[in-house]
Ligand binder design. Structure first.
Ligand code: B1M
Length: 215
């Protein structure tokens, strides 16, 4: 298969909710030299976005969304291990999680994988993380940056709570805060007092490099 066919097959595997196929295509794509980032961004992501649109239109339901997410995770986790390595010497610590009430973690996990591949020491708190935990873990681990992901308009507000908890514990200003996730924006980040916003994983790495004085 050529690159375009592999990308199309990756998208199709998600739309077909096919975990085995997603794994097979990821392995085949990497073996034939397809860039792992392109495989995720131009193959698997368009697949999950299409399933999301079908869900939005009422053409598929939650069980299908869950199956598609399983296939997505299977394919992307194989690619994540092959993300290009950056050359950061000085280790900076990042705490990352999806906010309370929100269990969307595919995008957050991609961000974590990109950061790790770029030499950051990342602690992934997982999903549905209460605001206090972000702050407490930041203190406990001596983090340089705290990242909070939110995929629902209803859970964006929890990012503001993370900022508030960071102020409460006396870390705001000292430990930088970055937010991201589809419904969020630069404007939202400013509004809640976060230090940065990133639209995607590549931008997250660039912004965190800036926040930590590496760029
Ligand atoms: Co849900 N979901 N979902 N869902 N889901 C969305 C987000 C939705 C837009 C679908 C739709 O209606 N079109 C909609 C939200 C509507 C809204 O709030 N405006 C929605 C809904 C409504 C729901 C439920 C409420 C459905 C229900 O129960 N009735 C429910 C909520 C559960 C909960 O969280 N409490 C729900 C559940 C689920 C599943 C569990 C089935 C599954 C998630 C599985 C998982 O993550 N483990 C799921 C999925 C898969 C989606 C869609 C289809 C795909 C999300 C995704 O993974 N995208 C999504 C529709 C869509 O996005 N088009 C949808 C791919 C991923 C690579 O992109 O996450 O945007 P993304 O991450 C990007 C950037 O945003 C950025 O970088 C990433 C990589 O480039 N980024 C950051 C993300 N976090 C960052 C953090 C940073 C920086 C950058 O720094 C800290």
């Amino acid at each position: 298969m050529g690159e375009q066919e592999i990308l199309a097959a990756a998208k199709k595997a998600i739309i077909d909710y096919d975990v085995d196929k997603a794994e097979e295509i990821a392995n085949e794509g990497l073996a034939s030299g397809v860039d792992p980032v392109a495989l995720v961004e131009k193959g698997f992501v368009p697949g999950i976005v299409e399933v999301g649109d079908l869900f939005d239109a009422g053409e598929v339901y939650l069980p299908e969304l869950i199956l598609a997410a399983d296939a997505m995770k299977a394919g992307t986790s194989i690619c994540e291990a092959k993300f290009p390595k950056g050359a950061i010497q000085k280790k900076k610590k990042v705490i990352m999680g999806t906010v309370e009430g929100d269990i969307h973690d595919i995008g957050k996990s991609i961000v974590v994988a990109f950061l790790s591949a770029n030499g950051f020491e990342v602690t992934d708190l997982g999903r549905d993380v209460v605001p206090k935990t972000f702050a407490e873990k930041a203190k406990e681990l001596g983090a340089d940056v705290v990242g909070a992901s939110a995929l629902l308009t209803t859970t964006m507000e929890m990012q503001r709570k993370v900022v508030e908890e960071m102020k409460e514990i006396g870390l705001a200003g000292k430990v930088k805060i970055i937010v991201g996730g589809a419904p969020t924006s630069e404007e939202w980040a400013k509004k809640i007092g976060a230090d940065a916003y990133a639209e995607n994983a590549i931008e997250a790495v660039a912004k965190i490099k800036q926040l930590t004085g590496l760029a």
